[in-house]
Design a protein around this ligand. Structure first.
Ligand code: FAD
Length: 303
């Protein structure tokens, strides 16, 4: 049996396990894929104190740091259910059931993709999902933002300060973003918003993005825009489908946590992109993982 069982091997889970193990607690990590989203990241320039690193390199350092504390890493294992009956029981896809005094949930999230030709081929070569991360790579260039919700319009405003021009493409006839954001976007001078536009293809020269094709839904006309980057902002989906009914989730499926990372179930904590924390970044996920581990420690010395 574990004192602390962490679900997820991204930055939040790695930080939580190190903080727990340093308290002398018997700690394990169950991860479908150790490294999480960081494993899919090319350049990282905003991990404070490290001017530049790359995803796989950071994943190796995370794993080495976690292993130094003797944390039991159960990689390539998917958790499918969580119950509480005195201790917390975590059921894995392979049928095993693990018992722990506390659990820290850090299953992360995934970007919703457009599912159009070229998107996968040019991922990291012009197709991007995180304006905070990749915006500066497109300094002085033309980009598109796909999606006219709050995250899309926020991304357009953010990018408009860095790039030459931003085209926002929204599928629906109306933008879903807050009026104050739309007003700000319209005032910027280098943002064009196109509604009723269905993106159909990412085009490139074999090495990088050169533009995109879309259909003007009102007329059915095929259109093309030339650009260097495409930011897909059509939603971030938390990996919490398996937790429905077990812990309280927000309407968007994010795990609801308090300031100590405690969920609706005593002894079950959560951190990182899967939670209601508003900003999703590596350094924020790590901080919240450390916070949840200290929350779990606090819980254990009182129970
Ligand atoms: P994740 O990194 O998503 O890790 C989740 C972990 O949980 C994984 O190990 C996964 O396998 C596991 N898991 C999920 N479900 C289960 C389950 N049921 N059972 C067992 N394990 C499970 N942020 C930055 O700060 N700077 C950047 O430059 C940057 N660039 C990015 C580029 C890309 C392409 C992407 C996708 C993201 C980028 N981000 C960047 C965001 C950053 O990667 C995330 O905010 C961060 O990884 C979140 O950490 P996390 O630990 O909460 O979740």
């Amino acid at each position: 049996d574990f004192d602390v069982l962490v679900v997820g091997g991204g930055p939040a889970g790695a930080a939580a396990s190190i903080y727990a193990a340093r308290k002398g607690l018997n700690t394990g990590i169950v991860a479908e894929r150790f490294g999480g989203q960081v494993a899919d990241t090319v350049g990282i320039e905003n991990f404070i104190s490290v001017q530049y690193t790359e995803g796989p390199k950071l994943v190796n350092s995370l794993e080495a740091h976690v292993r130094e504390y003797g944390v039991d890493i159960m990689n390539n294992q998917r958790a499918v259910a969580l119950r509480k009956d005195g201790k917390v029981q975590l059921e894995l896809q392979n049928g095993a059931v693990l018992n722990s005094k506390t659990v820290i949930l850090t299953p992360g999230a995934r970007w919703r993709e457009m599912n159009v030709p070229g998107e996968q081929q040019y991922r990291g070569k012009g197709v991007a999902y995180c304006p905070h991360c990749d915006g500066p790579l497109f300094k002085g260039k033309k980009v598109a933002v796909i999606g006219g919700g709050n995250s899309g319009i926020e991304a357009a405003i953010d990018l408009a300060g860095i790039v030459e021009h931003v085209t926002v493409l929204e599928f629906a006839a109306e933008l879903r973003a807050d009026a104050v954001l739309v007003k700000k976007a319209n005032s910027m001078g280098n943002i064009t918003i196109i509604t009723e536009a269905q993106t159909t293809e990412v085009i490139g020269d074999g090495n990088k993005v050169t533009g995109l094709n879309y259909t003007e839904r009102k007329t059915g006309a095929a259109k093309q825009v030339e650009l260097a980057g495409i930011f897909v902002q059509i939603g971030l989906v938390p990996n919490t489908e398996w937790l429905r009914g077990a812990v309280e989730l927000s309407p968007r499926g994010e795990i609801i946590v308090d300031e100590r990372g405690q969920t609706s179930v005593p002894g079950v904590f959560a951190a990182g992109d899967a939670t209601t924390a508003p900003y999703k970044q590596i350094i924020i996920a790590m901080g919240s993982g450390a916070n949840a581990a200290l929350g779990a420690f606090d819980y254990m010395i009182r129970n």
